[in-house]
Design a protein around this ligand. Structure first.
Ligand code: ADP
Length: 367
């Protein structure tokens, strides 16, 4: 009987609970034992009560819950071999044979490294008398699978990550609220949204709220150019009778010299060049909160079912899988390739090599 554990790791995202719920119930449905690891990799390293068997009814009502009910954390110890050795020991003591991690690219990198290192970790535990020969024989291979939980939608190889549509919904609602007051006073608002190095949230929110101008990391320009262009566009909108102005700035937005674009700089330009009464609003953590939207509940549930299938069919000769969605189909992709591609895109953006970004975006994905 397989014992499948699930954890959430890295930044929380709405839909993580739906993913955990689906994994647990699918595992039980397939006659496996289900476990949760509390507080991400710290729970694996700390062991004890952080690793718990969990039952069908324990996850009642988790489908729509925001955040993650089993906690998440950033864990420095797991980045060191010593920490992973302790984690391996705790997992074997708990009898766990497979691990599903819902997190971002850092968390999934950690999971793949753990799997690759597993044979040497169990050998060391056997040699130092910390596990028995029976345990060693039973735990020869660690089956892992990643599902991607991130509000930023910043993972390559998948069209959407769990949580990004919920966050987009929160942003659009907040901008609708701001719209009303902006319209009343004919004000301009410069709104900072999350997304780390990815402009997806800003771009999608810009389209969905008909913002006047947006700044995203993927499309930097010279300060002199963007300020002139922005003022031209906004003046045109005002001439057409628009009473409000909304500018969205992704938190990772940069200019062509790689300097961050600050909301206050944008505000100063709107005040000085256009004479607009301008306010800055940073939406902050409300973007992460609240229940998951229907799409995230669906995505997280379907991916949870696929993740359990992936670990039940995994073997030492197949690469670590990551569950994604492409053209509305749930898919299984090579986790390492997806993480590598995500990092390469971020590096190319940082190096201002936009031909490279376009080339990377055309990459054929592998299973
Ligand atoms: P995210 O998963 O959202 O990208 P982080 O990059 O902070 O978030 O990663 C979450 C946790 O995953 C880290 O605190 C660490 O415990 C683990 N982790 C990240 N990168 C690695 C790595 N290269 N090796 C081992 N563990 C890692």
């Amino acid at each position: 009987q397989q014992c499948i554990a699930v954890m959430t790791s890295g930044g929380d995202a709405p839909g993580m609970n739906a993913n955990v719920r689906a994994i647990i119930r699918t595992a039980i449905h397939k006659n496996c034992k289900a476990y949760v690891i509390h507080e991400g990799y710290s729970g694996l390293v700390n062991g004890g009560d952080f690793i718990k068997e969990i039952h069908w009814s324990d996850v009642n009502g988790w489908l729509s819950d925001g955040g993650t009910n089993i906690g998440t954390a950033r864990c420095m110890e797991f980045k060191e071999r010593e920490g992973r050795l302790t984690a391996c020991h705790n997992m074997i003591n708990a009898g766990i044979t497979a691990l599903i991690v819902c997190g971002g690219d850092g968390s999934l990198t950690g999971a793949d490294l753990f799997r690759a290192e597993w044979p040497s970790l169990i050998k060391e535990l056997l040699d130092t008398g910390k596990i028995t020969q029976d345990q060693f024989d039973k735990h020869q291979f660690l089956n892992i699978c990643g599902t991607v939980g991130s509000i930023d939608n910043d993972m390559s190889s998948t069209d959407v990550t769990i949580g990004s549509y919920s966050s987009l919904d929160r942003i659009c609602k907040a901008i609708d609220y701001i719209d009303a007051t902006a319209n009343s006073h004919q004000r301009a608002f410069v709104i900072e949204v999350m997304g780390r190095h990815c402009g997806w949230l800003a771009l999608m929110a810009g389209i969905a709220t008909s913002a006047d101008y947006i700044f995203i990391p993927e499309s930097p320009s010279k300060q002199s150019e963007w300020s002139e262009h922005m003022c031209k566009v906004i003046s045109k909108h005002r001439e057409r009778g628009k009473r409000k102005t909304i500018v969205i700035v992704a938190e990772g937005a940069i200019d062509s010299s790689l300097n961050p674009i600050s909301c206050n700089d944008v505000k100063d330009i709107l005040v000085e060049k256009l004479g607009l009464d301008t306010r800055v609003t940073t939406l902050g953590h409300v973007q992460r909160g609240g229940p998951a939207v229907a799409f995230d509940r669906y995505l997280a549930t379907m991916q949870g079912v696929y993740a359990v299938d992936a670990v039940l069919n995994g073997n030492p000769d197949t690469p670590s899988p990551m569950i994604g969605i492409s053209e509305n189909k749930i898919i299984k992709r090579n986790l390492v390739d997806a993480v590598k591609l995500t990092k390469s895109v971020a590096e190319a953006i940082n190096a201002k090599d936009f031909d490279k970004v376009m080339e990377l975006r055309d990459t054929e994905f592998s299973e």
